[in-house]
Design a protein around this ligand. Sequence first.
Ligand SMILES: NC(=O)c1ccc[n+]([C@@H]2O[C@H](COP(=O)([O-])OP(=O)(O)OC[C@H]3O[C@@H](n4cnc5c(N)ncnc54)[C@H](OP(=O)(O)O)[C@@H]3O)[C@@H](O)[C@H]2O)c1
Length: 347
Amino acid sequence: MPTVPIQIQQALDRVVANLPSPAQSFLARHGDKVAIAAAGILVAFVARKIAAGGKASKADLTKDLTGKVAIITGGNGGIGYETALQLAKQNATVCIAARPSPKTTQAVESIRQKSKNPHVFAEDLDVQSLKSVRAFAERWRKSGSKIHWLINNAGVSSHNGRQVTPEGLETMIATNHLGHFLLTNLLLDIIVASGHARIINVSSEAHRNRELDLDDLNREKGFGNYSTYGESKLANVMFTAALARRLQGTDVITQSLHPGVVRTELIRGAPLWIRIVSVLITPLKILAKTPWEGAQTTLHCALSQEAGYLGGAYWKDCQVCSVRSKQGRDKEAQEKLWNVSAKIVGL
Ligand SMILES: NC(=O)c1ccc[n+]([C@@H]2O[C@H](COP(=O)([O-])OP(=O)(O)OC[C@H]3O[C@@H](n4cnc5c(N)ncnc54)[C@H](OP(=O)(O)O)[C@@H]3O)[C@@H](O)[C@H]2O)c1
């Protein structure tokens, strides 16, 4: 059995001296094991603290957002739900842009209850469908409402072979990039007119070392379960940089970010073996963020003064970070992605 460090042993001895006698005799026999267990708990606690990552500041998370309007795609679960809940707690009007389902209805109810904010509602959006995106934008325009945050958060990571939407688009590229690209463009004049607004694109470190084939954005030739997810997330980063240039001179800031490795349902569409592995490594999930922790960088980008100055930046753990793809930093490639995307979505 490994030896217990002397300081831990001494601390344990002091605790033992003050315990009732049955507990003293138990610890006299098993003191080493108890100390090792305590050290294990301490290590797990420290690991958890490190895994939790950066946090939005208390000042930002207590600002009063009365009268401000946020749209959060995929706000019915995971990171999006926590983002929506926090903004609702701060009195913002929150639109959960999601597909209609019991999950969406329950999310709205739950956010209303927890935040005590009645100004939370769902609006139908299937972001992988260009038709649905256009209908959403049209309804929003008719409502006459402002937009102070557009949080492009919805995402899929299907790992199940190439699948196409009824409109013929590869599902991950359509959901993670093209739908949000169209949505943002269709709402852009409303966002600019709203003043002091932010457009936040939830990307991923999965973009690292990826390169998009801009002549095959729909991945008809080069599809890969993992690579295409990473490419769709690279598109988020490149879109953000190109959008930031178009927003110069306005009061709108755009950011992209990596939320961390977060315990959500993102891999629910994955093949059975991936989901089995995921269950088997459950104890290791202590090293992943909770959805609330995963929402922190989004909230920092949405609420901090600092993020208000740094248009087009990429964030991780509430800090600006370098883009980990050569193509992702290439202005010409960013502009080409914009043009190719605009052509596909019919802008
Ligand atoms: N979890 C991580 O470790 C991690 C790491 C890096 C980046 N991210 C990114 O974080 C974002 C949020 O993901 P998450 O981890 O919170 O996963 P999640 O729990 O699976 O949430 C994804 C959300 O996207 C919505 N969504 C998917 N397809 C949609 C569609 N066609 N139309 C409308 N909504 C749709 C889902 O709604 P339904 O349930 O109704 O389909 C769900 O609310 C994603 O962009 C993801 O790529 C996550």
